[in-house]
Design a binder for this molecule. Structure first.
Ligand SMILES: [Zn+2]
Length: 435
């Protein structure tokens, strides 16, 4: 299948390589053109340039390769979509989600984290059936596709139902497997079996997951880290989400949750830590020395009265920052436009610094930084050799006019109402305008 998009405003989020100095990190093409062949982007650039042979190097699987893309006639395409000036950008990447929690949306309101988790959410979770998980994920995945999210990383229970629902819709998903509470047991053999199953699934990315330092013990962490090391997997957990968690960790172990994770050896593998609301400079310094991503979930942290994560500090320490929605039980939507907006607004407001984060940085948090977090080297940008996960935003709506600054418009003005196409892996999966 060969699809050509013409007359597009393309926000590439293109990756800067030192070998390719002519490419800016955030190239934007007015009147641009983008070509998708099967599930790969083979051209993203100016419309006129495509009429000549285009020479590499291009990025494939994270490596620069040389090749020539030959000019294709219109008749060579299965479909040509006239974007009429609308925006094409990479699909958004949700780095922390519990999709099936959509089943619990609105069921536990007005509670702080600990009441929400122990008294409201956990008892309902004990009663959830396979059908409930499936239904919850299906709703979540549909919502995410409508909101321009093309990949999400899910850490929850019953991942078989998650994969079933997501694969029916054609989404890309990262699945966390491991242990959730201290009553769970696992072995290397069990993990091997799970990994083999996950690897056999289409567009599923396995990652190692344990819930947190307060719900799992050193032995559980040890087993999972050993397995993650053996198979080169990214490790994901919740960390420093509430003051209570940090205080209890201090009392019990004499260190912060980040100090404890370091002691456990978690940072020997690439790591995605969700929330990180209550970390000090020492924590940031530890994380900055390792391959750690902060999955920043501002809506969830605000709604459960946890606080505001100091992501400006994390930036100073060179920590990769990506965005997550958390589950719909604590958000109550799965909308990364909202998270981008809040991430920028909160830092500017709390620090009295309007330049804490640029709109470009915030778009990267919602796209390429998520792909980097989970070590997917050909996702999160619109460039040759990358996976064709693309969204189109309607920039003719009043909330996007006038188009003085497309990047600011995406972060501070756009919302799900602007998403008029979602393509995942080269297939259009959401198409309300029948493009
Ligand atoms: Zn979470």
């Amino acid at each position: 299948m060969r699809i050509k998009f013409i007359n597009a405003t393309i926000v590439t989020v293109r990756v800067l390589l030192s070998t390719m100095p002519k490419f800016d990190e955030f190239e934007i093409y007015e009147n641009g053109m983008l070509v998708v062949e099967d599930n790969i982007i083979t051209y993203a650039g100016k419309q006129g340039d495509y009429s000549i042979e285009k020479h590499g190097p291009f990025i494939e699987d994270g490596k620069a390769v040389s090749k020539i893309i030959k000019y294709l006639e219109d008749s060579d395409f299965d479909k040509i979509i006239d974007c009429q000036g609308n925006i094409l950008m990479p699909g958004l990447i949700n780095t922390h989600c519990h999709a099936a929690m959509s089943f619990l949306r609105g069921r536990a309101e007005g509670s702080d984290f600990n009441t929400w988790w122990y008294e409201q959410v956990r008892p309902i979770e004990q009663t959830m059936t396979d059908a409930d998980y499936y239904k919850g994920v299906k709703i979540a995945a549909q919502e995410m596709m409508q909101n321009g999210i093309t990949t999400f990383f899910d850490v929850y229970m019953n991942y078989e139902q998650t994969i079933k629902a997501v694969s029916e819709l054609g989404m890309r998903v990262g699945i966390g497997f491991g242990v959730i509470s201290d009553t769970d047991t696992t072995t290397m053999e069990k993990l091997e079996k799970e990994l083999n199953f996950l690897k056999s699934q289409n567009n599923v990315y396995p990652l190692i997951y344990t819930h947190s330092v307060y719900s799992c013990d050193e032995h559980q962490f040890g087993t999972l880290i050993q397995f993650a090391k053996k198979h080169n997997l990214v490790f994901c957990t919740h960390a420093s989400e509430t003051l209570k968690e940090v205080g209890e960790c201090h009392n019990k172990y004499g260190v912060t949750p980040i100090g404890l994770l370091e002691k456990y050896g978690v940072f020997d593998v690439p790591c995605v830590l969700a929330h990180l609301v209550h970390c000090d400079k020492d924590d940031a310094e530890i994380m900055g020395r390792h391959d750690v991503t902060c999955s920043h979930n501002p809506s969830s942290n605000l709604k459960l009265a946890c606080g505001i994560a100091p992501i400006t500090t994390y930036k100073k320490y060179g920590i990769n920052i990506a965005l997550g929605t958390d589950g719909a039980a604590s958000n109550n939507s799965l909308n990364l436009f909202k998270e981008m907006y809040l991430a920028g607004m909160l830092q500017a407001g709390v620090l009295n610094d309007a330049s804490a984060f640029t709109a470009q940085e915030l778009i990267k948090m919602a796209t390429i930084n998520g792909a980097r977090a989970y070590k997917i080297n050909n996702l999160g940008a619109l460039q040759e050799g990358y996976l064709a996960d693309i969204i189109m935003l309607d920039s003719s709506l009043p909330n996007m006019q006038p188009n003085n600054n497309v990047v600011s418009n995406i972060v501070y003005s756009a919302g799900p109402q602007n998403v008029i196409m979602t393509m995942i892996d080269g297939k259009i999966v959401y198409n309300p305008k029948n493009l």
